[in-house]
Design a protein around this ligand. Structure first.
Ligand code: ZN
Length: 263
């Protein structure tokens, strides 16, 4: 019985301590050791912290717009420095059949603004809970566009790609990569049918262009629970899942959470 209990405890610890890859680049994640029992902030936003092997670690999301060089984490026990190194992202040109989704008509501006602030309020939310960073792919399929690519849409330079695109047939189930709470759902101008999950401590994930939404705000989900189905709603060239991961209000490369280190 005691052995079983110990095993259970060890398994729990393993899972709780799954860590993302340490890639301190623009659009990446820095795993930074901070003094024990301290909290951390980066550029004014609270940062996810976790413990592993008796060490306290800050899991810092870095903006794609970050300038490489020295960066400072503000902790409750003083500043901690880390270094952001440069990374070059490729450029891709896409043709969107619906020109209004590239250059929206003025009548859609209020809707776009409203949806942006709704999503921003989720991205900036922060609940002090334990976070399970042991992620699985939300849908099986081919990565059709990776995170961070500079984008030319119908000949116009647009924001870089803020997530990972996974191509899969319309109707393919999309599942939660780890446990969390449904923070919002909606039919958004650019993102189409969308689900936002809150995994705690500012780790938020976003699922876009769904054909159907199978959850509602406030639902608790476990890893593998169905959120909806792949579709082509919003600004798309075909059916796929757009999946974004946000840490301390910075969108980061989802691939960094897929092969976590176990400490
Ligand atoms: Zn995308």
């Amino acid at each position: 019985m005691k052995a079983l209990f110990t095993l259970g405890l060890l398994l729990c610890f393993d899972q709780a301590n799954a860590l993302p890859d340490d890639r301190p680049v623009p659009g990446g994640i820095a795993v930074v050791e901070i003094p024990l029992n301290s909290t951390a902030q980066f550029e004014g936003d609270p940062v996810l912290t976790t413990s592993a092997n008796g060490r306290q670690l800050a899991i810092v999301g870095i903006s794609l717009k970050a300038i490489p060089g020295a960066a400072t984490l503000t902790t409750s026990t003083g500043p901690v420095q880390f270094n952001i190194v440069s990374k070059n992202y490729l450029t891709e040109s896409l043709t969107i059949p619906d020109q209004d989704k590239v250059t929206p008509p003025a009548r859609d501006y209020p809707r776009i603004q409203r949806e942006r602030s709704e999503m921003n309020s989720v991205f900036t939310s922060f609940s002090r809970t334990n976070v399970n960073m042991d992620f699985a792919l939300p849908v099986m399929g081919r990565t059709s566009s990776s995170f961070g690519k500079r984008r030319i849409l119908n000949g116009l330079a647009k924001n870089p790609h803020s997530g990972m695109d996974i191509a899969a047939p319309q109707g393919t189930p999309v599942s939660a990569p780890t446990s969390g709470r449904v923070a919002a759902t909606g039919n958004y101008f650019f993102n189409g049918n969308t689900v936002l999950l809150d995994h705690g401590q500012g780790l938020i994930t976003l699922y876009c262009h769904l054909s159907q939404i199978g959850v509602k705000a406030g639902d608790l989900v476990n890893k593998g629970d169905i959120l909806g189905a792949v579709g082509q709603t919003g600004r798309v060239t075909g059916p796929h899942l757009h999946w974004s991961v946000s840490l301390n209000n910075n969108r980061v490369d989802p691939a960094l959470l897929l092969m976590p280190n176990q400490e």
